[in-house]
Design a protein around this ligand. Structure first.
Ligand SMILES: [Zn+2]
Length: 71
């Protein structure tokens, strides 16, 4: 299973768990960033909501946390 498969599996089979964990992981990763986003731009909340690089990090982190739920 690739990382992308895991993410898709979780979204499809555990949508509520995915959404909740995603929200928590996003908040934590956002707090960890400095003034600048992982992509180098200014890390405003609005930017993070639209930054593909940041959101990909959040998805990877969420998939990691929910690893044990994947059957
Ligand atoms: Zn960014």
């Amino acid at each position: 299973m690739t990382q992308e498969d895991k993410i898709n599996w979780l979204k499809e089979n555990e949508p509520i768990l995915w959404a909740n964990t995603f929200k928590i992981a996003k908040g934590e990763l956002s707090d960890k960033q400095t003034m600048f986003c992982c992509c180098g731009k200014l890390a405003t909340g609005l930017h993070e909501d639209n930054c593909r690089k940041f959101l990909q990090q959040v998805k990877n982190e969420t998939a990691k946390r929910l690893q044990e739920y994947i059957k």
